[in-house]
Design a protein around this ligand. Structure first.
Ligand code: PHE
Length: 344
């Protein structure tokens, strides 16, 4: 019986050693240590033994059982550790792998351009003002020397809301509003960026909604040369020091004299090419000396005060600076277009 127990122990421990899965271990446990297993059987047969042999065999059987149980527990711990090791290895994270790019937005090109223009004029002592997009006929036209029935109103086809209210067709009403607010008691140096609306059919160079930046300087003794100096500085700083400007006579009801400003063509430097339609120059804005009637209507004495004003289309300026050939790109919100101009 002693040998039988020792053989059983040897046999069981060998099997435990060779086991490679937790399931096999469990099967070994059941077959050797279970109720129907050989050890239990030995213990059951103890009754047949002599009183001297009984404690010896009983003791041995218990030791054999314990040794098999310990062997099983150790092997189980080993297998579990091995499995964990494998899992850690396969689930390892490579922290050196580059991450997936996250797409980040940026300011719209028009927003950046307006900010750039604002900063440039703030640097010359101008302040930024704003006005309403739904404007009265009075500020949009009358206060700017465009009485009802004036033929120049046709220059700006308007979206009327009521007979007296419309979507502003330019940013010039903000001049009239701001001057009207101070009624001749304050010199003003301001720019006003904002959206404007005209009844145009949209195409590559026209949009029924676009943006302008207006400028106004009213003080005692403001001259045409001040206008030229300020615009020259703006053009060179915005487009490049090598660019030249020229002023051409023009007409606006709210300025007298009125001018249009051109900058020399970036491509041919004034010689003439297809970009500037062979003229060497590209028109960028309108301006002039504030009409005495406009000053007067806002409460400024035109014999004491004088001023200059100008207005430019922001999209046009952006198109010239960045070579954009269709104004509709600004409003169709295609990120492939917009993201080219995101600033870091
Ligand atoms: N308001 C004019 C336009 O929209 C531009 C302008 C502004 C001209 C100020 C002269 C002075 O065309």
């Amino acid at each position: 019986m002693k040998e039988r127990l020792q053989t059983l122990q040897q046999e069981a421990l060998n099997k435990v050693n060779q086991a490679s899965t937790l399931e096999t271990l469990q099967a070994i446990r059941v077959s050797y240590l279970g109720k129907k297993g050989p050890i239990t059987e030995v213990l059951r047969g103890m009754g047949k033994l002599s009183p001297e042999e009984r404690p010896v065999i009983g003791d041995l059987a218990n030791k054999v059982r314990e040794s098999i149980a310990t062997g099983l527990d150790n092997k189980k711990a080993d297998l579990e550790a091995e499995a964990l090791e494998k899992k850690l290895e396969t689930e390892q994270i490579d922290v050196t792998l580059p991450g997936r790019p996250v797409s980040v937005g940026g300011p719209h090109l028009l927003t950046s351009i307006v900010e750039e223009i604002e900063n440039l004029f703030i640097g010359m002592g101008f302040e930024v003002r704003e006005g309403p997009e739904v404007e009265t006929d009075y500020y949009n036209f009358e206060a700017l020397n465009l009485p009802k029935g004036h033929p120049a109103r046709d220059m700006q086809d308007s979206f009327y809301i009521t007979e007296e209210l419309l979507l502003r067709t330019h940013t010039s009403p903000v001049q009239a509003r701001t001057m009207g607010k101070y009624k001749g008691n304050k010199s003003l140096k301001m720019i006003c960026p904002g959206k404007v609306y005209r009844r145009d059919t949209d195409d590559a160079t026209h949009s029924h909604q676009f943006t302008q930046v207006e400028g106004l300087y009213v003080d005692k003794d403001v001259r045409m040369s001040d206008l030229k100096g300020v615009l020259n500085r703006f053009a060179k700083q915005f487009f490049g020091e090598e660019r030249e400007i020229r002023l051409r006579p023009s007409f606006f009801p709210f300025t007298e004299p009125s001018v249009e400003m051109d900058i020399s063509c970036k491509v041919c430097h004034g010689k003439g090419c297809s970009v500037c339609k062979q003229t060497g120059w590209i028109e960028i804005l309108g301006g002039g000396m504030v009409h005495p009637r406009v000053l007067e209507m806002a409460g400024y004495d035109p014999t004491v005060y004088s001023g200059f004003a100008f207005g430019m289309g922001t999209e046009r300026i952006a198109m010239l600076k960045y070579g954009v050939d269709d104004i509709r790109y600004f409003y169709t919100n295609d990120v492939r277009f917009l993201s080219q101009y995101y600033k870091a």
